[in-house]
Design a protein around this ligand. Structure first.
Ligand SMILES: CC(C)(COP(=O)(O)OP(=O)(O)OC[C@H]1O[C@@H](n2cnc3c(N)ncnc32)[C@H](O)[C@@H]1OP(=O)(O)O)[C@@H](O)C(=O)NCCC(=O)NCCS
Length: 181
């Protein structure tokens, strides 16, 4: 099958699965969307929305876990990115999210030693990534973080604080090294 037909087929399947997809979206092979998980009794549902001309590369997993995941117009998602939507993930327009980045929007609460972590509820923590943000390869964006318009996050960074507009930030934990001119 040619590339165009493959894309039409992938979009058709994703729409059937309940994903909201605007025009011009491109999906590479093995992109996985989950609105429900077979691992849990309660359906998690939620919402996944891809705006115009979003491109998602191979191996990416987007799981709503009951929250909403929105990808803004012309945003590009590199290979093997994982996005979990428990507390909502809102990614703006014209963003680049590079390969192997993880975006999580929750924490497990950490109970006393007498209880299992896996039985504790998730704490939903929204993540917002504004327009024109570039996130380098292999970053982790933790729950509750707000990344301002035009910011750059260096490869391998762990982002656990808000990043101001047009900041360039790197490292673990992330620190601001400069601002875009
Ligand atoms: C952050 C980045 C954009 C460079 O920005 P820059 O402003 O040109 O930064 P510099 O190279 O001048 O480095 C400035 C400082 O930050 C450090 N630094 C740069 N990138 C870093 C990173 N990813 N992690 C940790 N430290 C980093 C440098 O070592 C230097 O430290 P020093 O001042 O103590 O010597 C680049 O290093 C980067 O991480 N690019 C991501 C590439 C990528 O993931 N591409 C994916 C495909 S699109």
């Amino acid at each position: 099958m040619d590339l165009k037909l493959n894309n039409i087929y992938r979009i058709f399947r994703a729409r059937l699965a309940g994903i909201s997809i605007s025009k011009g979206v491109q999906l590479e092979r093995n992109v996985m969307f989950h609105l429900h998980s077979p691992f849990f009794e309660k359906p998690s549902a939620g919402k996944i929305q891809l705006m115009d001309e979003v491109k998602i590369s191979t191996g990416t997993v987007i799981h709503s876990y009951g929250g909403a995941v929105n990808l803004g117009k012309e945003t590009f998602i590199g290979p093997y990115v994982v996005i979990y939507g428990h507390g909502n993930v809102d990614i703006g327009k014209y963003c680049l999210i590079s390969m192997h980045t993880c975006i999580v929007s929750s924490n497990h609460t950490i109970p006393g030693k007498d209880r299992l972590i896996k039985n504790e509820p998730d704490l939903a923590l929204p993540v917002t990534i504004h327009d024109d943000v570039w996130i380098g390869a292999n970053c982790t964006i933790l729950g509750g973080v707000n990344i301002g318009k035009g910011a750059v996050i260096g490869a391998g960074s762990i982002v656990n604080i808000d990043i101001p507009e047009y900041a360039v930030a790197v490292g673990n934990p992330v620190r601001i090294i400069r601002y875009r001119d």
